[in-house]
Design a protein around this ligand. Sequence first.
Ligand SMILES: Cc1cc2nc3c(=O)[nH]c(=O)nc-3n(C[C@H](O)[C@H](O)[C@H](O)COP(=O)(O)OP(=O)(O)OC[C@H]3O[C@@H](n4cnc5c(N)ncnc54)[C@H](O)[C@@H]3O)c2cc1C
Length: 431
Amino acid sequence: MQRIVIVGGGAGGLELATQLGRSLGKKGKAIIELIDSSPTHLWKPLLHEVATGALDSGIDELNYRAHGKRHGFQFQIGRMHGLDRDNRQIVLAPMLDDQGQEVLAERRVNYDTLVLAIGSVTNDFGTQGAGEHCIFLDSRDQAERFHRTLLNEFLRTNAASENSDEARTLDIAIVGAGATGVELSAELYNTAEVLASYGLKHMTPEHLKVTLIEAGERILPALPPRISAAAKRELEKLGVTVQTGTMITAVDENGFTTKDDSHIPARLKVWAAGVRAPRFLANLGLETNRVNQLKVNASLQTEDENIFALGDCACLIQADGTPVPPRAQAAHQQASHLIKVLKARSEGQPLPEFVYRDKGSLVSLSRYSTVGSLMGNLTRGSMMIEGRIARLVYVSLYRLHQIALHGYFHTLLLSLVGRINRVIRPRLKLH
Ligand SMILES: Cc1cc2nc3c(=O)[nH]c(=O)nc-3n(C[C@H](O)[C@H](O)[C@H](O)COP(=O)(O)OP(=O)(O)OC[C@H]3O[C@@H](n4cnc5c(N)ncnc54)[C@H](O)[C@@H]3O)c2cc1C
């Protein structure tokens, strides 16, 4: 029986595994196997909310093994680090426990068709000191670590202000004013507000000093200028200092150094600029671009006809010469498209070509506001939306992901649980 192996159970890979599991795995028409380095899935666009405590990752996570049992695919935990194309095998690195003891030895997994969907990580462009001093938000572990550090810093600042005549501030600087940097800035003010209401009287939003640093001329460069302007206004209203046209050249324990040699002090330093695919992809013998993304044709196929790639780790150049952007909606659309491609392939039909439909972008400024555009960018006639409607559409992006994974009824139940939790649980994860 044909064995389809999907590596990476993220925004794209998990939807693909679920749908192939339902249509082929459950009916015994193919073996569908998902491999991920983590035992659980959390939709990546939620990570900034985990970081600030607005979301408890334990509630929204999904266990791959249990989900696979229900939807007709097998799951194996492991981190891919090599590929043997001659024998059609992927190689998984040994798995170690927290003490460095081996839990699972290096393994090889056979495939007939391989789909790589391992996403991307933040690109610090080799900036001196960034790796050592900055916090990145690429995984749930990193987001949870940030959350613990943030709570400690809030406590520390609160105590310092309490014991002094002078009010202390907590300085946080974020490099990169894309969606992640902008959304995180706003969430931090929400965290300060909620914690103050829970008793940290000396750590109110007024004690928080967030600086958002962007090398380009405006924030949210991928969105139309009027949306950037609206988001900037909202952020400044909250108290964020927005510093555009600022290139960072080095990071140290105390903050960031800019190209014109000024220093931006920061106790917490977050790097949220740039995207690159994991480095090992460049060593698989398949063609990659300069940020390690696998080059694919319009059928999402690499130069090896048995290997496909989708989402952030794939580079597909569109008819207008631009690459498909690394976004959850692109991964979602490509997962749906790959189902058609794999079906056509099994029937010996020509492979359909993927066309990315930009449905617009929304940026959530915590509970304060949501801004964005629908139907693509300004030049193609976008519609700017703000406020409640924008918030509704923003939430619906996650609901679409949940529907692809669980179906309508289960998603309805999940959103009801979310509502109940909002009543019975604290507004913030406090530990
Ligand atoms: C904080 C934040 C906010 C965002 N907000 C938005 C937004 O509002 N809208 C939007 O469209 N996009 C947003 N994005 C981008 C979006 O999350 C990504 O474009 C999307 O998740 C890409 O999907 P993917 O399937 O390619 O990879 P991912 O969703 O990143 O999944 C990759 C999976 O591969 C696994 N993996 C990685 N390496 C290996 C390996 N070697 N072996 C095995 N498994 C591996 C990982 O554990 C993960 O489960 C945001 C990103 C971040 C970080």
